[in-house]
Design a protein around this ligand. Structure first.
Ligand code: G3H
Ligand code: 13P
Ligand code: ZN
Length: 315
């Protein structure tokens, strides 16, 4: 369904193909409410960066898909950068269809919990519905789990993406991008010991799928110590958190990663911003007085991400 604005959303396929050629990546930022959306879009506007806004099933339930789409229409009207609206971790055909019918320009069908053949059949069903409507499709192969330091080779093989399977999966589904498992995981506690990603496997995956196919890194927040500290100094209890070191992103981008998913870091920035006002001004009860600083903190972290991922000036 076309949106009620003169500017339209861009399919992620277009943005990711361009990013692959330029060897940079697009951040895909999770949106749950107006303040997060405004923060992300203002950051993109200021740095002339194309953006992927992503909405999870939980975000749809929390905010209502129609509200989110109307907010995104407002964002399009108040910006001049390319923007994609993407469903994050759609678990079945129905949710993908609802998002495509509602105007999203991209969906993720996450069949990673299913056996290989079932995952393929599900993804193919979504691709067949999405492509004639000019909507891009992301799928996932492998499992994003918190990984122990001493994981064995056979355990790793069972969890991480297999390069030959990735190639077959792409050929048989016609999917536009693929989320791969190489050691990242969702949330603020990604590594028990040292942060390690399996770059050798990533290189093998890229070799198998070709350097013109975009790969996606989920669970890619860096969990910056400064943001955790602001939360903890203001009453939070976040202990033992660890994210993906920033220097790993340029390596990933050189090996075919063109989309990097970030949610946790935005949550930390937003929560820190609110907590600080709550602690410093306990008599304050105007939501604008704490949501405003929280929005500003998210904008700062998104600007930082845009620079780290090399997306600035690419709009
Ligand atoms: O990968 C998951 C994203 O961080 C979205 O999280 O399902 O709590 O909205 P959520
Ligand atoms: P983080 O939890 O690392 O931010 O990952 C978010 C994500 O992958 C959303 O799909
Ligand atoms: Zn994810």
């Amino acid at each position: 369904m076309p949106l009620c604005t003169s500017r339209q959303l861009v399919p992620t396929k277009e943005l990711l193909q361009k990013a692959l050629k330029g060897k940079y990546a697009l951040g895909a930022y999770n949106v749950n409410n107006m303040e997060l959306l405004q923060a992300i879009v203002e950051a993109g506007n200021e740095l002339k960066a194309p953006l992927i806004l992503q909405v999870s099933a939980g975000a749809r339930k929390y905010a209502n898909q129609t509200y989110l789409i109307k907010l995104v229409e407002a964002a399009l009207d108040s910006s001049d950068i390319p923007i994609a609206l993407h469903l994050d971790h759609g678990e079945d055909f129905e949710i993908c269809k609802a998002c495509i019918d509602g105007g999203f320009s991209s969906v993720m069908i996450d069949g990673s919990k299913h056996p290989f053949e079932e995952n393929i059949a599900l993804v193919k069903q979504v691709v067949d519905y999405a492509h004639p409507r000019n909507v891009s499709v992301e799928a996932e192969l492998g499992r994003l789990a918190g990984v122990e330091d001493n994981i064995s080779v056979s355990e790793k093989d069972a969890i991480y993406t297999n390069p030959a399977e990735a190639k077959e999966f792409i050929d048989r589904t016609g999917v536009d991008s693929l989320a791969i498992a190489i050691g990242t995981s969702h949330g603020a506690y990604k590594f028990k010991g040292e942060a390690k990603l399996d770059f050798e496997r990533l290189a093998e995956i890229q070799k198998a799928v070709g350097d013109d196919f975009p790969l996606v890194l989920h669970g890619a927040s860096s969990v910056p110590e400064e943001l955790v500290k602001i939360c903890n100094d203001n009453g939070a209890e976040i202990k033992g958190s660890k994210g993906v070191p920033e220097e790993m992103f340029s390596k990933a981008t050189q090996l075919g990663v063109a989309k990097i998913n970030v949610d946790t870091d935005l949550r930390l920035a937003f929560t820190g911003g609110i907590r600080k006002v709550m602690k410093e001004s306990p008599s304050e009860f105007d939501p604008r007085k704490y949501l405003g600083p929280a929005r500003a903190a998210v904008k700062e972290i998104v600007k930082h991400k845009i620079k780290v991922f090399g997306t600035d000036g690419k709009a």
